[in-house]
Design a protein around this ligand. Structure first.
Ligand SMILES: [Zn+2]
Length: 226
């Protein structure tokens, strides 16, 4: 009996350690794995008509992705959030209105991040909601806010610059130049005209699938972290 208790204690301790390690507030930029897997992520939406167009491309190729949404956009487009959920994609938190986090108090950041979570929960989202900082900028206060919320931050190793006025081919090339297993690909489905992002998404999926890559949601990719 005693040894069972001891084992239970040990398991709890390990669990506590594991959760501490994942909520350190330090950003996850890619996942170390030798498996041919990548995560497609889309920021700044949901937005019409691009989120729907991207959902169409993902569905056509049976690919699951992760949408780091703005709370304001989610509130304005609950139908799009429901479509994202219905197709089995992950949702992430990208703040209410894309304000820079730097210079804000821990409390202000925590309230901002929690407001987005509430919108997504009220719309029925039940999975883990990871966080991506606007502009990828982190700070000690942000780290503290995320620790208080027990929330993981998911950033990227590079940005393919799809918000600049480059062609779909250039977006595709920017990603492929840095392609490796465990990559977190960061594109944008909101904020401006995203026709080229929609096209580049299809090019990336078709070519990477030919190369044997599988597309995972961020939460599934994180499970492979070695
Ligand atoms: Zn953004």
């Amino acid at each position: 009996m005693k040894s069972i208790k001891k084992l239970a204690c040990l398991a709890l301790l390990l669990l506590a350690k594991a959760s501490m390690a994942t909520t350190s507030g330090e950003p996850i930029r890619h996942v170390n794995t030798t498996e041919k897997v990548v995560a497609l992520t889309f920021d700044d939406g949901p937005d019409k008509p691009y989120t729907e167009q991207i959902l169409g491309v993902l569905d056509k190729h049976n690919v699951k992705a992760t949408f780091f949404v703005l709370g304001g956009n989610a509130k304005a487009n609950p139908d799009l959030i429901k479509k994202i959920m219905a197709s089995g994609h992950d949702l992430g938190n990208h703040t209410m209105s894309h304000q820079k986090m730097k210079g804000r108090t821990v409390e202000a950041m925590r309230n901002d991040i929690a407001s987005v979570d509430k919108i997504l929960r009220d719309l029925g989202y039940e999975k883990e909601i990871t966080f991506r900082a606007p502009f990828g900028i982190t700070s000690p206060n942000l780290k503290e806010a995320l620790q208080q919320l027990n929330k993981r931050m998911v950033l990227f190793t590079f940005l393919p610059q799809d918000w600049t006025k480059i062609s779909a081919q250039q977006i595709y090339d920017n990603v492929m130049k840095q392609m490796k297993p465990g990559l977190i690909i960061t594109l944008h489905d909101g904020g401006n005209h995203r026709e080229n992002t929609v096209k580049a998404t299809e090019m990336l999926i078709e070519n990477l699938q030919k190369q044997g890559y599988r597309f995972l949601t961020v939460s599934d990719l994180l499970k492979l972290q070695q």
